[in-house]
Design a protein around this ligand. Structure first.
Ligand code: S3P
Length: 423
């Protein structure tokens, strides 16, 4: 049974952005509570290879910014590891740099679509070559002086949106983004905090170049996606009681709370402050039997990373949960729709993959067995939570993938299982 009060490590999306913006700023920035997971360390290492000095301390990272024009040509291939955020955001940064860089990554990352950033960056004037005409990494980016762009985003991707905003910082002309702009907005918030001229006007985001970025102190809140790993299963198990403190509450990320409430969950969210434009606070949940619901349309970008853990809650709930409009999940670190259907199915869930979603009918009586994360951290976290709430023995192959986003997951889980106050 999950019981207790805890914190989770710093937000992954915010840590990537803090590192990149601090590198491009003038002066020395301190980043408190950064996430030191494999994904964020990929960003640290790439920035170092571009000539940025980054100090790692137990509580903070110190980034010695080089300014918008101060990055150095890298002598080696920039290894983005498993991190799509590192590759796509750096593609935007490097599109504006007058030298050649090559971005690559692991087997999962080199199979993920890059045309979505390559095509608009080429339109801005960057020279980008890549496998299958730039659809896939490795990507060779020869950047330079870019022009602005007016672009209707065809996919709701924060990484694409961010790449274009970062590329636009030194462009000749504005970056105007329309279309599917309602993905997570950490880049917009943090760019403004570092001094860039960026604003949302209705259904358009406009970045006007010409401002320098200035160093600042960033406090990274706990990662809402890591909090969800405990909140969603706890919400569905009567008797569970979990509170997560000091966690980010950015509304572009809180969709899973809305979904759980629609399924009947008892969740209390208390906002306690705003730092660097990012709201933070606590989330408390008391478990009860949930009922199925339909998750589709506008809310999908706000729950996209939480669908694996929501699938676990849905499997525990009474009735059928239908997830639609989520074909993007097939393009993440693994094909998450296929992975969830096959792996949760192996241990007793009634779950079927659809072209753009899942149909899950509960409640599930979990069976013992062996499941495989397929090297995907969010699948690993979902499967490890099934193993934690099941009465049968479930073993998770490649469970160490959690290190991509949540290195101390096992410690936090242990604390909550023992009903202790942990962190
Ligand atoms: C992220 C954006 C999202 C999300 C990913 C992190 C980010 O991807 O799924 O885990 O930090 O910008 P998309 O940009 O593909 O939507």
């Amino acid at each position: 049974m999950l019981k207790g009060i805890t914190t989770v490590p710093g937000d992954k999306s915010i840590t990537h952005r803090a590192l990149i913006l601090a590198a491009l700023a003038e002066g020395t920035s301190e980043i408190y509570n950064p996430l030191s997971s494999l994904d964020c360390l990929s960003t640290v290492n790439c920035l170092r290879a571009l000539g940025v000095e980054i100090e790692e301390h137990p509580e903070k990272m110190v980034v010695h910014g080089v300014g918008l024009q101060g990055l150095q040509p890298p002598k080696e291939v920039l290894d983005c590891g498993n991190s799509g955020t590192t590759m796509r955001l750096l593609a935007g940064v490097l599109a504006a740099q007058p030298f050649l860089s090559v971005l690559s990554g692991d087997d999962s990352l080199t199979a993920r679509p890059m045309g979505r950033v390559v095509e608009p960056l080429r339109e801005m004037g960057a020279l980008i070559k890549g496998r299958m005409d730039g659809q896939f990494a490795p990507l060779a980016v020869r950047g330079g002086s870019l022009k602005g762009i007016t672009y209707a985003l065809p996919v709701a991707s924060a990484q694409v949106k961010s790449a274009l905003l970062l590329a636009g910082l030194t462009a000749r002309g504005e970056v105007r983004l329309t279309g599917k702009i309602n993905s997570r907005d950490h880049t917009e918030r943090m760019l403004a905090a570092f001094g860039a001229d960026v604003a949302r006007h209705g259904e358009e985001i406009v970045l006007r170049p010409g401002k320098i970025l200035s160093a600042r102190t960033v406090y990274v809140p706990g990662d809402l996606s890591s909090a969800a790993v405990f909140i969603a299963p706890a919400a569905a198990v009567p008797g569970a009681e979990v509170t997560i403190e000091d966690v980010g509450l950015n509304p572009t990320r809180t969709g899973f709370i809305d979904v759980l409430k629609e399924m009947g969950a008892e969740i209390e969210v208390v906002e306690k402050g705003v730092s660097g434009g990012e709201p933070w606070g606590s989330i408390a949940v008391r478990g009860r039997l949930l009922h199925g619901c339909t998750i589709q349309g506008e809310i999908i970008p706000r729950v996209i990373d939480e669908i694996p853990i929501l699938a676990v809650a849905a499997a525990a709930a009474q009735g059928t949960t239908v997830i639609k409009d989520a074909a993007e999940l097939r393009l993440k670190e693994s094909d998450r729709l296929q992975a969830l259907a096959e792996e949760l199915g192996k241990v007793g869930a009634d779950i079927k993959a659809q072209p753009d979603g899942l149909v899950i009918t509960g409640p599930t009586r979990w069976r013992g067995g062996e499941v495989d994360s397929r090297g995907d951290h969010r699948i690993a976290l979902a499967l490890l939570m099934v193993a934690a709430i099941s009465e049968e023995q479930i073993s998770v192959k490649h469970g160490d993938s959690v290190n991509v986003s949540f290195p101390n997951f096992q410690d936090v889980l242990r604390a909550l299982r023992e009903g202790k106050v942990g962190s």
